[in-house]
Design a protein around this ligand. Structure first.
Ligand code: NAP
Length: 273
């Protein structure tokens, strides 16, 4: 199902729109809010019935920008085409694509449901790939454009008991760096964010409680992460790790033997949902 509406159209700071997928809550909502705060018009995409009309209204009014929304299921292969059609039909020009939608299932291999696997693969990898492929040409029409893909700290290495999730985010990491090189001369900057734990919803909070106090102490609030990520995106950063604690953890991790790192993360995530 697709439904959409124009909420507010008042901006005179930027004629262009930023598309944010998975914008109804969590990091996507925080990224959308940060872009609105900086005067960007928005096209928010999420599932129907997730409060997009209200969010669009409040972002438009509070930040004096135009906010559109499109309610559609990003699990569907047709969704990216529907979004492109929508922006063409409404004569919207985009200069930022934020591929945020994603899901973080964990577990032991053999125990995953087919649905969990499909959600992980379709939302984390297929949606970002289709969106990037379909919007590359549109973004290339701007003098300067940005693609921001949301990976995860777990994408830097294999994570036992988060094997599917970490593999999908490794894909996002490598895909983003390759596309960055391809689009370099077309004026489109591609960044990939690799955040650690962000307390975005009750599932993440529960998971972080299960992982233990050390990992918990490295978490960051969604607003803080979004500010860091958007700031770095506009500075054309290739790989973005929000929060100094996670940047430090990355540097330490690079010094540890791979086998030790694997054993440590396996111990950390064993039994975590
Ligand atoms: N939270 C963390 O600790 C963390 C760490 C590293 C990376 N990340 C990444 O950050 C991104 C956002 O994570 P989050 O924690 O903010 O997740 P979240 O709170 O679950 O938000 C996900 C967003 O995607 C939307 N969504 C889910 N399924 C959808 C579908 N089929 N079609 C359209 N929209 C859909 C959700 O809408 P609903 O309102 O319908 O649920 C929501 O707006 C993900 O890519 C995740 O892997 C998160």
């Amino acid at each position: 199902m697709v439904s959409s509406n124009r909420s507010t159209a008042m901006s005179d700071s930027s004629p262009y729109y930023a598309i944010v997928t998975g914008a109804s809550q969590g990091l996507g909502r925080a990224l959308a809010t940060e872009l609105a705060r900086r005067g960007h018009n928005l096209l928010l995409v999420a599932l129907p019935g997730t409060g997009l009309p209200e969010l669009s209204e409040s972002l438009g009014v509070n930040h004096n920008v135009s906010v559109l929304f499109l309610e559609t299921d990003l699990m569907s292969r047709e969704a990216p085409g529907v979004i492109l059609e929508y922006i063409r039909a409404n004569a919207i020009e985009t200069d930022i694509l934020v591929n945020n939608v994603g899901i973080g299932h964990g577990g032991e291999i053999g125990d995953y449901s087919d649905e969990a696997i499909e959600e992980s693969v379709f939302l984390n990898m297929r949606c970002t790939t289709l969106m990037t492929n379909i919007f590359a040409e549109e973004l290339g029409k701007r003098e300067r454009a940005y693609i921001l893909n949301i990976g995860s700290f777990g994408g830097f290495m294999p994570v036992p008991y988060k094997s599917i999730y970490s593999a999908t985010k490794s894909y996002i990491y490598n895909f983003s760096l390759a596309v960055r090189e391809e689009l370099r001369d077309r004026g489109t900057s591609v960044s990939v964010a690799m955040p650690g734990g962000i307390i975005t919803n009750h599932r993440v909070r529960k998971r972080l409680n299960e992982v233990g106090p050390v990992a918990r102490s490295f978490t960051i609030e969604p607003d803080r992460a979004a500010e860091d990520i958007i700031d770095s995106m506009f500075r054309f950063r290739k790989v973005i790790i929000p929060g100094w604690r996670m940047r430090m953890a990355y540097s330490i991790g690079c010094l540890l033997p791979f086998r030790l790192l694997l054993a440590m993360t396996g111990r950390m995530f064993r039994g975590v949902s």
